[in-house]
Design a protein around this ligand. Sequence first.
Ligand code: SAM
Length: 289
Amino acid sequence: MIDQPIATKKRTREIQDKWNASTKKSFGQNFIVEPGVVDKIAKSAILSEEGVVIEIGPGIGALTQFLCEYGKQVIAFEIDPRFPKILETEINSDHLQIIQQDFLEVDVNALLEPFAKSNTPVYFASNLPYYITTPILFKLFEATQPIAAITVMMQKEVADRFMAKVGSKEYNALSVITQYRCDLKRIMDVNRNVFWPSPNVGSTVLQFTFKTDKPAIDEAKFVALVKACFVQRRKTILNNLQTWLADKQKASQLLERAGMEPSLRAQQLGVDDFIHLYNCLIELEQADH
Ligand code: SAM
């Protein structure tokens, strides 16, 4: 039981005053000041006791404190040099290891390798700095070592794009590429007032788990194809493919082989349709050789 949660307005202010640590906008610092929210993130993030939890951006420890309560080993990466000392003192848990580093500079595969070797599940948890939500997530998605789950707070608008269904206005290349790699679960929507300082937009906690039954494809090429189809949303996939392939005839042949109408637009194609289109492209290229 945590009797003095850091995630309250009063405690956050006390810690900031004591350590003379005002929030820095440039590092995307919006601290959670509602204990129920961090409790739910920590409980959802840690899927089994024997796992290790990696937190990105612990700040002054609102979520970290709960991760250390429910997890046996927590590794927290923080860019701001003022925070490690604060975390060590205010949380004072032997479950916690703090690394002062820009997470974008971390070699994720090297970080994960020892856990893969010992079959220890790895759970990522974070109230992400919003200015680098997508680069951080893509860094994790591209890791080749296993990650059991990623549970993260982000802007609601970005979460809606990750979760978007085919045909909706939020559906884009990010939705397709993410849904191809991961199963997604919305843990909760969060009001902007649970943060200090409060951002201008609402937030959402999403959980990503990796699909184990993905088809074996050249991911870089698949990603390039999906992005190319969405380059000009209003244009047909035929138009977009003509530009990407720099070959009008090949683009028409590809759609014909895939059995897709040339009038279709990218937002009308589901993840399986994109995989089918990709497979047809590979077949077409092999037939050309
Ligand atoms: N976890 C705390 C909470 O929920 O109250 C703070 C979350 S705040 C939205 C984001 C945190 O990420 C800040 O502490 C910020 O300094 C840190 N941060 C920003 N960029 C980072 C980076 N590139 N690598 C590691 N931490 C970063």
